[in-house]
Design a protein. Structure first.
Length: 200
């Protein structure tokens, strides 16, 4: 496989914003496949309640089922301990041997990348795509990353995606309040959330 993108996130729940970002990156960077990797225990979310990995994996599988270019990996869910991205990227290199590897995630998360494990090594192993929501202040990202050497900085690419106005936090809030979520995520995901009474 020559060009691969990893879509990393908690996906609690996965929604159309995530799917659009993944497809846009696949298109922009000529990726052969996009590998969705739900985080088991995001390192920055110790103590924060999130849905079980089993549910997040199930809805991620339902969401990508209709796209042949999308795959789901249980790499982080199967690995004990916190889900450090550098470990995941190393494992993907070993498993798939891609010529080029991208790691896609939200720009809000990338803002904190300087605190991530082995950030310099991480940025030499893959290129980051930082998906920005409408209204995101890109100057803030530049300021946070100012200590990175130029050759690492060029490996962080911001990508503006309008539909990313959809957010998992808002979807969970809507479910709690009994508001509709129908056009925010794929129908099988909506049904799964309802059947398993998630986010109530
Ligand atoms: P988060 O804090 O839940 O999300 C931060 C922001 O990014 C939210 O606005 C979120 O929106 C958005 N987002 C998350 N994943 C996205 C994606 N794939 N595409 C577009 N937007 C996305 O972040 P998270 O989901 O827990 O973590 C993101 C990734 O970074 C995971 O793979 C995690 O393991 C990794 N991470 C690694 C380290 C480390 O190695 N030390 C530390 C932190 C995070 P939604 O809520 O709508 O998704």
């Amino acid at each position: 496989m020559s060009t691969l993108a990893i879509m990393g996130g908690t996906f609690d729940p996965i929604h159309y914003g995530h799917l659009l970002v993944a497809d846009q990156v696949r298109h922009n960077f000529n990726c052969d496949k996009v590998l969705f990797i739900p985080a088991a225990r995001p390192p920055h979310k110790e103590g924060v309640p999130i849905s079980s990995a089993r549910h997040r994996l199930a809805i991620t599988r339902l969401a990508v089922a209709s796209n042949d270019a999308f795959m789901v990996s249980t790499l982080e869910i199967d690995r004990p301990g916190p889900s450090y991205t550098v470990d995941t990227v190393k494992a993907v290199h070993q498993l798939y041997r891609p010529e080029k590897l991208y790691f896609i995630t939200g720009a809000d998360g990338v803002l904190e990348i300087m605190t991530w494990k082995d950030v310099n090594q991480l940025l030499s192993l893959c290129c980051f795509v930082a998906a920005t929501r409408p209204g995101f202040d890109i100057g803030n990202l530049k300021e946070k990353l100012k200590d990175l050497p130029e050759e690492k900085l060029k490996n962080i690419i911001p990508l503006s995606v309008p539909a990313l106005d959809i957010s998992s936090t808002d979807i969970r809030r809507r479910v709690r309040k009994g508001e509709p979520i129908k056009y925010l995520l794929p129908e099988p995901v909506e049904k799964y959330i309802k059947n398993h009474r998630l986010y109530l």
